[in-house]
Design a protein around this ligand. Structure first.
Ligand SMILES: [Zn+2]
Length: 443
């Protein structure tokens, strides 16, 4: 397939915008890029996808999400509103995830994947929980991901909160899925809920059970209760405790890190552990603001996720750009380059940990053909240098017209080709109503 008449945003180092270009896709890779006229002449037989002068960019990447959370949209929490994050877990997320059955897991994932295709997020790193439907739950999600054609990394969050048998079932689900032969667009990692719901012995069992070469995906210091729980249990802060149990390293993702102290950030940097920042979620939960500029300065690998918020990742860019300014009451904080460092370059490097066969998140010969076409008409000069500010102030998810992952077209001219949005939404609404009943019955 030859994508012609494109303005290519390469997201290389340095970034380039190449106008009047074409891009040859062969199987799941970008094989060649060059001036549109040249490539059209050289490959006259090739199937053409005319970009009509739209921007062609690498698909967005989400470093931390929860497909299982989709049915919470519009759901009310009985009684007074939760006053803090521990109450949000106890009264919203835990009764909700306990209400999920296998089919709910599948349709909740499909709901999020429809968003991802529409808004051009082509790689998603998910963190799943469904304590009353653990066995095979990652297959339910994997089937949805395969149906969508997107690229995803899946895991099951191991926790002690539902007893020892379910803790062990969670371990089994991770191990089974990691070892399973999967499509090239799927990868597995080992999920852990958070330090606050895992005993020392459970952490050790996870470490021992994880197949060689796999890392972990764990919430860390999202709220200070996680730090105080860790200090009470072990005398150690969360990151020190995870390090002691062999959880950290270049394949491990910690999510949030709002309450990390300087030493914890230093350990993250030294162990090359990833940290995913979710500003929309942090604001919604009122947990505080992660010191991402200090983390980046200390060499920690900070990425951008959405924690189950919409898969329109440019919304997360905008929130990251705005939040730190109001928090510090200083408009110089977290600029466009900081956001693109997290959302583009670090997210791409993280995705490559799980899909190492070819570069992800850039347009270059040999890279994976995960691409989006964006119908944006800048009303001011747009260059490779000022692009992050155009994304923050000008781009909208709805400007994505075509989405391609692994060389396959998943949406063309805003028509979804792999998923039936209306059918998925209708079935999801039916299932969600039942989930809400099971949720309410727990109060
Ligand atoms: Zn999360």
């Amino acid at each position: 397939m030859l994508i012609t008449n494109a303005k290519l945003v390469t997201w290389g180092s340095p970034n380039q915008i190449l106008e009047g270009y074409a891009l040859l896709v062969e199987k799941d890779r970008i094989r060649e890029i060059g001036p549109s006229r040249e490539l059209t002449a050289r490959y006259p037989q090739e199937e053409i996808l005319d970009a009509h002068n739209q921007y062609v960019m690498p698909g967005n990447i989400c470093a931390h999400t929860h497909f299982y959370s989709a049915f919470a949209r519009g759901m009310s929490i009985p009684g007074n509103a939760p006053k803090d994050f521990p109450e949000i877990l106890q009264r919203l997320w835990w009764p909700l995830d306990r209400s999920l059955r296998a089919e709910d897991v599948h349709y909740s994932a499909l709901t999020c994947l429809v968003d991802a295709v529409k808004y051009g997020t082509t790689t998603l790193i998910d963190h799943h929980a469904s304590p009353n439907a653990i066995d095979g739950s990652l297959d339910q999600i994997a089937d949805a991901v395969e149906a969508s054609g997107l690229r995803a990394v899946l895991c099951y969050e191991v926790t002690d909160r539902d007893g020892e048998a379910k803790m062990k079932a969670g371990i089994q689900e991770n191990v089974r899925f990691i070892n399973k032969k999967k499509s090239p667009l799927l990868a597995g990692t080992f999920g852990l809920h958070a330090s606050l719901t895992l005993s020392d012995s459970s952490l050790d069992l996870c470490r021992q059970s994880a197949p060689d070469g796999t890392g972990f995906h764990v919430h860390a210091a999202e709220h200070d209760s996680d730090e105080y729980d860790s200090l009470n249990k072990s005398g150690l802060r969360v990151v020190d405790r995870l390090q002691k149990h062999g959880i950290l390293g270049p394949k491990t993702i910690t999510a949030h890190g709002v309450y990390f102290d300087a030493r914890e950030i230093e350990i993250l940097a030294q162990t090359e552990t990833w940290l995913s920042h979710q500003p929309r979620s942090n604001m919604n939960n009122g947990v505080g603001v992660a010191p991402v500029e200090s983390m980046l300065r200390m060499g920690a690998r900070v990425c951008l996720g959405n924690d189950g918020f919409s898969n329109a990742m440019w919304e997360e860019w905008k929130t990251a750009y705005l939040l730190h300014k109001v928090h510090h009451r200083d408009p110089r904080r977290v600029g466009g380059y900081d956001v693109s460092q997290m959302a583009v370059y670090n997210n791409a490097a993280l995705a490559n940990v799980f899909f190492p066969e070819a570069p992800i998140g850039q347009i270059a010969p040999g890279a994976f053909a995960d691409l989006i076409l964006v119908d944006y008409h800048p009303a001011s000069p747009m260059t490779a240098e000022n692009l992050p500010w155009h994304i923050v102030f000008g781009f909208q998810g709805g400007m994505v017209t075509t989405t391609i992952a692994g060389g396959k077209v998943l949406m063309k001219d805003r028509q979804l080709l792999t998923l039936d949005e209306a059918e998925i939404a209708a079935k999801a609404r039916e299932l969600a109503a039942q989930v809400w009943k099971r949720y309410e019955a727990q109060f």
